[in-house]
Ligand binder design. Structure first.
Ligand code: SF4
Length: 448
């Protein structure tokens, strides 16, 4: 999971990119980078760490220019190394190009091996370099045609922003796995993973970048083209469950409203007679509010979140994740002591977080701890850019719901149904990617 942004403006964009990237920080905390075209060349700054640490005022001053792109990165398949920090750069028809992507190519290894056999030397272990290389290879003066030829070859999930001289180019895979939105701030045009990146800099989201769409944005306006494909849109449903910010409206569904409805639906599907509904913050908050209101049970904040921690789900090692859970969430004794509670969380991946939270809530005096989960059991790995672990480490791939209930020490455990989840977004199951729940992969992952 990563975040991308691109801005085409008449004034300096580096500060706007900085703030936009900040609002996408939840999508990746390992590294950040931006590239800006100053009228003559593309300059780039990249660094490991958070956006706020990666860019000082001085660094931003060294990046003047009215057109630029930015990227926040979480290392998925390709590992955590500074040579993988995006945007990546190259040359296309004698001009510089910078490119950044959110997603994951399932046929990356095959393509890389093929290109290496042909003599290509890679400088990163990122699949984004394959996209960059293929575009430069197919380019003969028409960037849109080069992208179409590239899209014919690459398979998987990608929302890409590129800087090609004085143009921002954006394209999204034919299934539209990862989110991508378009907005305006007066004459300025912005593309970004989520609308918050547009709104934070004073703009307004106008529409989605459609699945399979290719946009070229320059001083003359927005030019839209399409990659023709039989694929239908299958947006990642997990974006709404967990990844996107509450204020994200992606492919016409608001994440907060979706999560709140999940809570209401979960109450219908799995009611629970308790004193208090407690969320696991932050993504559990709207669903706990929905559950509490539908049930007529008081809502209480029984866990306090350390807001200066990154996401536990996306820490590289198990030990780090366990320490992060302890640091990140602390039970509020005054709220939970002597109470029977139902804890609302978005997912159970390995079971570590749930087991730890339930134990600590009991230690804090909770009489009963029931769990309700606003996603179905995660029983399959994701190959489209979300760092779910190998199947053997997914608790739901190896244990029944009753076994998981015992394993995490809950008084009762229930998951929302897949149909209930789709209903929360007022769409049919077939309109989403739901592969991590049901194994129905829209793009064959065995291409790996
Ligand atoms: Fe999203 Fe799951 Fe599909 Fe991955 S497999 S894109 S996490 S719904």
């Amino acid at each position: 999971m990563c975040g991308v942004i691109g801005i085409c403006s008449k004034s300096n964009v580096s500060t706007s990119l900085f703030y936009g990237m900040n609002s996408l920080q939840h999508r990746g905390q390992e590294a950040a980078g931006m590239a800006v075209y100053d009228g003559e060349e593309i300059r780039r700054t990249r660094s490991m760490g958070l956006v706020i640490d990666a860019f000082t005022e001085e660094k931003l001053r060294e990046l003047p220019g009215t057109i630029g792109i930015g990227h926040v990165r979480y290392a998925t398949a390709s590992g955590s190394h500074d040579y993988n920090i995006q945007p990546l750069m190259g040359f296309i028809g004698g001009e510089m190009i910078a490119l950044a992507s959110d997603g994951n190519l399932v046929n990356y290894q095959i393509l890389r091996e093929r290109l290496e056999e042909e003599g290509m030397m890679f400088q990163t272990t990122s699949d984004t370099e394959v996209i960059l290389y293929l575009i430069t290879r197919y380019y003969d003066g028409d960037i849109v045609e080069a992208i179409k030829k590239t899209m014919k070859v690459i398979r998987g999930a990608y929302s890409v922003t590129a800087l090609v001289k004085d143009k921002v180019v954006a394209f999204r895979d034919p299934h539209g796995f990862r989110p991508f939105v378009l907005g305006r701030d007066g004459d300025d045009v912005i593309v970004a993973s989520e609308n918050a990146a547009i709104e934070i800099i004073g703009g307004e989201m106008t529409r989605n970048v459609e699945a399979g769409e290719i946009l070229v944005i320059d001083g003359t306006g927005i030019h839209s083209d399409r990659f023709e494909s039989e694929a239908t849109a299958r947006n990642c449903i997990f974006e709404y469950v967990y990844f996107a910010r509450n204020d994200a409206t992606l492919d016409d569904i608001n994440a907060y409203t979706f999560r709140r409805r999940c809570g209401e639906i979960l109450w219908e599907e799995a009611p629970c007679d308790v004193d208090l509904v407690v969320p696991v913050p932050d993504s559990g908050i709207p669903s706990a509010i929905g559950y509490a209101q539908a049930a007529g049970i008081p809502y209480g904040e029984g866990l306090v979140k350390n807001r200066y921690m990154g996401r536990t789900f996306i820490k590289p090692t198990q030990k780090e994740r366990e320490m992060a859970v302890k640091l990140k969430l602390n039970p509020l004794v005054d709220v939970v002591k002597g109470k029977s509670i139902v804890l609302l969380d978005d997912s159970i991946v390995r079971g570590t977080t749930s087991r730890n939270l339930i134990k600590r809530l009991r230690d804090a005096g909770a009489r009963e701890v029931h769990m309700r989960i606003t996603s179905p059991p995660v029983a399959y790995s994701c190959y489209y850019g979300i760092d779910t672990p190998n199947r053997k480490n997914l608790i739901a791939a190896n244990q029944s719901i009753q076994e998981i209930e015992e394993n995490i020490g809950a008084d009762s455990l229930a998951f929302i149904s897949l149909e209930g989840l789709a209903k929360a977004g007022k769409k049919d199951v077939s309109e989403y990617c739901t592969a991590c729940f049901d194994g129905d992969y829209p793009v064959d992952p065995t291409l790996i």
